[in-house]
Design a protein around this ligand. Sequence first.
Ligand SMILES: *[C@@H]1O[C@H](CO)[C@@H](O)[C@H](O)[C@H]1NC(C)=O
Ligand SMILES: *[C@@H]1O[C@H](CO)[C@@H](O)[C@H](O)[C@H]1NC(C)=O
Ligand SMILES: *[C@@H]1O[C@H](CO)[C@@H](O)[C@H](O)[C@H]1NC(C)=O
Length: 510
Amino acid sequence: MPSSLLFGLAASLSLAVPAYAGFQVQCFSRLFDERLDPIVNPGKLSGHVHVISGGNGFAATMDFDRARASTCTTCNVRDDLSNYWTPKMYFHAQNGSFLPVPIVGDNQYGNMGGMVIYYNDNRGDVPTDTIHPFPPNFRMLAGNPFKRNVTTDEAGQAVHMKCLGDGGNVNYPGFPLRKCSGGIRAEVVMPSCWDGVNVDSPDHKAHVAYPVGAVEGGRCPPTHPKRLFSMFYEVTYSTEVFQDMWPGSGSGSGQPFVLSSGDPVGTGFHADFLNGWDVAVLANAAASCQNTLTPNGNRCQPGYTGADKVLRHMTDQGEAFACKLPSVSGERPNDVLDTLLGCNPLTDTEAAARAPTSASTSPSTPTPTSTTLANVPLPGGGSFTDTTPLNFSYIGCAADDPAARTFAAGSKWVALADMTVQKCIAFCRSSGNYAFAGVEWGSECFCGNALPADRAPAPGAVNKCVKPCNGDGEQTCGGGGAMSLYKACGAAQECVNQPVLRRRRGLLFA
Ligand SMILES: *[C@@H]1O[C@H](CO)[C@@H](O)[C@H](O)[C@H]1NC(C)=O
Ligand SMILES: *[C@@H]1O[C@H](CO)[C@@H](O)[C@H](O)[C@H]1NC(C)=O
Ligand SMILES: *[C@@H]1O[C@H](CO)[C@@H](O)[C@H](O)[C@H]1NC(C)=O
């Protein structure tokens, strides 16, 4: 694993002070950056690009069942297949171009950083309140994408940007008007009081509320009496990468960062949540993770004895990295852009931000915001190579064991320094027309004719086939004790490699 990513996560984890009540969902990675928001713009492209973590059921149109049908998640709690998303950030260069701002954990190997979601048990002076689990189909958002000014009301208190590094970590209501040597961590407190009835509302906010007098920890108002976990999102944008590219020498006015929505102020930062929890597990966590001063408290954080009795944690970050989704819009939000995707001019007032975009600013190819987007079939987890031309189909990530091989008696194997999926299939074909070809640990190739049922790929299982092939870093060649497994399709049979999920760089996700 790249050390920068591990470092970033370690830094986040250290924020958990010992007396912490609640738990964290560590989203090691993200599914993709995409112009989707199934809460605000179901079935369509949304107005601006989001950075999106959580279960791979995420789609333009989705409900709780689809979230629960996710076959992998970018976050570390297996019982949580929710989705979490916030706006993407760009650096506005002096020549007018918009450069994507990386998130801590992004690297040149294709890994994407994620976010940390704190599930805070913060019941203020009413410790007897019950924390209710989010019900099926529950969703909500916090913040206002159109907001462009600084306010001290709840909206202003719930969202801020923390300038990390020199001078201590200081909170700002929007983009700090100074350079932050450690980047900017956007932080959002979600509402933690619920009306107890509605899982959503027309503005996606009215069914929930902040506690009275404070965004965290006060009493829930009579209109919204049911206490929820107080969720706190942290997304760290590596703005320091652009430290030497700020325009001019001014200390304030040259603030060069913008949100994907066309917000150069930063007060329009917002966060969305779509529940995908195993509700019974979350209910148990609400009852069990309340107070770290009790023997039960620590049970909910990985690393503590018995933590997995409450929440099943993923310890292999590779599983989260392998969980990705292909582009839906076909847009490239991580390229250098001439205009913000969705055609969002920079606006510094709420009125201007709400004004419909004028036709003259539309790109030559109109974006299909009104076209209903069809959902792609839910992928099975793990990436694969389209081997249809070789008459082989990817069938999934199969288990292997160096001490008791999946393909044992009479089978062939080879290790190649320049292994690729195609080379393994060619080897298994030339060694005796084997039915199966499995690549493992980047360089090993195993051939066989019989696949034991207990080693077969399990549909929907979060898998370990995450290692790039030694001969082609864009292909996946299994992992530790795991084979990316391909099966001969035969002449009469059609090879199924789901070309609908093809990704730009030749990777496919099954
Ligand atoms: C504008 O400047 C940025 C940063 O130097 C660069 O990456 C980008 O390619 C430039 N855009 C154009 C259109 O030249
Ligand atoms: C912020 O903007 C809103 C809407 O544009 C306006 O109603 C409000 O008065 C503004 N507040 C301040 C402090 O400028
Ligand atoms: C794949 O199958 C087709 C149809 O049987 C055959 O014509 C073709 O030669 C095969 N390709 C390879 C690479 O074996």
